[in-house]
Design a protein around this ligand. Structure first.
Ligand SMILES: [Zn+2]
Length: 259
């Protein structure tokens, strides 16, 4: 399969992962403009996000091709030629613009699956490994698996360099401790407890940790990622399978305001 230029709407990015070969990399999920299919793009270096202003809901063109080594595990995985990335439209990144949420919703709802169970079936059929679902609002719970002051943030002290000789920017590694418990709109749903790797959630944790004591930190996280979401937003989960195990986890939150 050869490299092809495609246009992608960036929808979710996971928290950076430290990698010695590529620098800190981010796993990105988006929707192909021409076919409306979900794609997982990897790797894009963290530094590239900052430099190119690659925000959520930006549209960009880049040369991508199916990641054939991953194909048997996850059919939506693509490799990218990072220098070919160019932003084509950033109008959907700006929530202050009128109609932005409606436009985002119009695109994303076309990809909605009715349940995790459906996605598990699809994965068995053809290795579909990305999707979006809407949990039943009053079934959602936000779980912090251990006290926030015991969550370890691991930052390596020594300066590291990538194989390209670039200095590796330190990224705090945060354990998988944030989960959502929910039921999907499916009569046979047996309640899910899923790890959430959404970038905004983990960033907020890092930021709040510097400002608040542990009690207030937990309160603030719950307020932003649970109470406000339930009260003012329609919460959807963007889910993708783990790179090692055929198990879905939450890689992004989509939360248009309630009408
Ligand atoms: Zn379910």
């Amino acid at each position: 399969m050869s490299w092809e230029e495609r246009e992608i709407l960036l929808v979710a990015k996971t928290y950076p992962v430290r990698s010695r070969s590529h620098g800190n990399t981010v796993c990105t999920a988006g929707i192909l403009e021409d076919t409306n299919e979900w794609v997982r793009i990897y790797p894009i270096r963290w530094i590239k996000y900052a430099k190119n202003n690659l925000k959520k809901f930006v549209r960009f063109k880049a040369q991508i091709k199916k990641n054939t080594s991953e194909y048997l595990q996850r059919k939506d995985s693509y490799k990218i030629r990072e220098p070919t990335i160019r932003i084509t439209d950033d109008s959907l990144t700006k929530t202050q613009n009128k109609g932005v949420w409606q436009e985002r919703k119009k695109i994303l709802l076309k990809t909605l699956s009715n349940s995790i169970e459906t996605l598990n079936e699809k994965f068995k059929e053809d290795k579909t490994s990305l999707g979006m679902i809407k949990p039943i609002a009053n079934s959602i719970e936000f779980l912090i698996l251990k006290p926030v002051d015991e969550i370890e943030i691991d930052v390596e002290k020594s300066t590291q360099y990538t194989i390209f000789g670039e200095k590796l920017i330190k990224v705090d590694k945060i354990e998988n401790v944030f989960k959502y418990k929910f039921k999907c709109i499916n009569v046979k749903c047996s309640t899910h407890k899923m790890i959430c790797e959404d970038w905004e959630l983990l960033q907020a944790f890092r930021k709040f940790r510097k400002i608040y004591d542990s009690e207030e930190l937990e309160k603030q996280l719950r307020n932003q990622f649970y109470e406000k979401m339930i009260k003012y937003r329609d919460l959807y989960f963007i889910v993708g399978t783990h790179w090692q195990f055929p198990k879905f986890l939450i890689i992004g939150l989509f939360y248009p305001p309630k009408r």
